[in-house]
Design a protein around this ligand. Sequence first.
Ligand code: HEC
Ligand code: HEC
Ligand code: HEC
Ligand code: HEC
Length: 351
Amino acid sequence: MNRFNLWFGLSVATVLAAGFFILTFERPPVETVQSGYRGVALEQNYNPRQLNRLVAAQRVPEALEAADAEGPRASEIYENVRVLGHLSVEQFGRIMQAMTAWIYPEDERDPENTGCNACHVGGNFAAEGNYRKTVARRMLQMVQTINTTYANHIQDVGVTCYTCHRGQAVPAQVWAQRPANAEGSRNWQVAGEQNRPIAATAYSTLPSDPFTPYLLRNEQIRVISNTARQTDSDRSIAQTEWTYSLMMHFSQSLGVNCTFCHNSRSFAVWETSPPQRVTAWHGINMVRAINNEYIEPLRGEFPPHRLGPMGDTLKVNCATCHQGVYQPLFGTPMLRDYPELNPPPRRASLD
Ligand code: HEC
Ligand code: HEC
Ligand code: HEC
Ligand code: HEC
């Protein structure tokens, strides 16, 4: 009897241990690449098998045939164009086709919500009354702003609708506020709780909404004191946890370690941080602008079922573009194939 129990117990323990290893660790090989000076342990780990999967998911669709930029302007031919009027008619048609493929690829089973009809009232391209057309117009302006104002983040790679949408109406990685699951336990009143692990912060038991304070509001991310035994710091442990939660999101979204942007000798010091940290800093400002100036103001346009549980819009974080890699679409430039997305050339001033 005892003997049976012993073997039974041992086999259960073995199965559990095996399960722990299989489910918790990644199967080797894990390769390491140095990304800083020798000896400072600035390195990135990756698994070649995972990399193949990522490469397959980050493929850029083939560009449509280029359009003739000459000929009458869209504003002269069409009735109701407010953003794309500077394009030639051929370019205008090309960008309509591209947007359709990037966001609402034609699906025979759902002709109402895919293809040109997704944004247009059937039979009348000039009509308003479909919220998606209104949203698309604003998104066109958003893309123009990203590509001009935030070149310090996106370099000359640029952004198209595809960078976020990838063939779907709603990008795969977005965030919205969620109801708090407890009251009164926090000094710093922002949404998001601990012990509610989510993929966007790498399943850490840190606060699950670092986005409201940092990617919507302008809360201060810096928490480390500059002097020993600083007594006048207004940074709390709670705030520090929010900062670390945001940092987990950065690493998770880009598929990198903390050392992609920091020299872990000191997380605060900029002089010894890799240049990527500065790019990331511009990225924070860009995401705040996207959410505050473009997406949240569209709240009233969306039908209620398209909003989050607290009634706010589905917003952008680092993963919306990056989707697991340090350069979206592995840095493949896509904007240069779509000059239609550039803002209208400025008119020469008269003086
Ligand atoms: C993602 C949404 C979206 C999709 C999909 C879309 N359009 Fe549009 N379309 C717009 C927007 C936004 C405008 C207005 C542009 C502006 O104000 O500059 C517009 C305007 C037009 C106009 C000008 C109408 C006028 O007289 O004012 C035509 C024509 C048009 N689209 C054709 C198409 C065709 C054809 C397709 C399918 C191949 C298509 N669109 C798919 C968003 C879309
Ligand atoms: C930086 C990321 C990003 C880029 C780039 C982007 N979008 Fe979006 N788009 C979003 C997010 C996030 C939503 C969801 C907003 C919501 O649901 O509250 C969205 C929603 C939309 C919707 C509404 C979807 C629906 O069916 O309800 C349309 C239409 C749209 N985008 C058009 C465009 C067009 C056209 C472009 C390119 C000119 C573009 N987007 C570029 C992030 C982006
Ligand atoms: C993609 C780049 C990036 C990655 C990856 C990243 N960080 Fe950061 N981190 C930043 C930036 C940018 C700031 C500064 C934000 C600011 O000043 O507004 C920062 C700030 C911090 C701070 C606050 C520093 C201070 O001055 O108080 C800490 C702590 C920190 N990061 C820790 C981490 C940890 C731990 C990780 C890994 C889990 C990590 N970071 C991953 C970019 C990154
Ligand atoms: C609108 C899309 C978009 C969003 C949102 C976005 N990025 Fe980026 N990011 C890009 C593009 C495009 C590049 C340029 C890639 C290249 O140079 O090939 C880039 C580059 C970077 C780089 C430099 C990578 C390198 O290899 O040098 C870092 C770091 C980075 N992003 C961090 C962030 C962080 C952190 C956030 C969130 C706060 C963020 N990004 C949000 C589009 C985006």
